[in-house]
Design a protein. Structure first.
Length: 103
């Protein structure tokens, strides 16, 4: 779901979304609750993702990785092997695809 944010050169924008990670534990969470400002670097459309090291998650550390996923039981069920996890990381790192609806 994308939200249209009014364009502004200067000033504070109040962006509210009850479906964010931080909204889980904080009612009415806003960016100003996390930090006192931000720096605009560029449009999301101009960012690039990173390369994923295929050896980052392997059979030797896979069980440890699964333990880290305990807060996300539904996601954990979908990960059956290191290749599944690496595929998800690659999709997450694909900035252009993830933020294709934002300009």
């Amino acid at each position: 779901m994308s939200k249209k944010i009014p364009s502004k050169k200067v000033g504070k924008r109040i962006i509210q979304d009850d479906n964010t990670y931080y909204a889980i534990a904080h009612n009415d969470f806003k960016l100003e609750d996390l930090c006192d400002g931000y720096i605009y670097q560029r449009s999301l459309a101009d960012y690039e993702g990173c390369a994923v090291d295929p050896a980052f998650i392997n059979t030797g550390n896979f069980e440890e990785v699964l333990k880290c996923l305990t807060p996300y039981p539904d996601f954990k069920k979908s990960i059956k092997c290191p290749a599944d996890m690496l595929k998800d990381i690659e999709q997450t790192a694909n900035i252009k695809m993830r933020f294709r609806n934002f300009k």
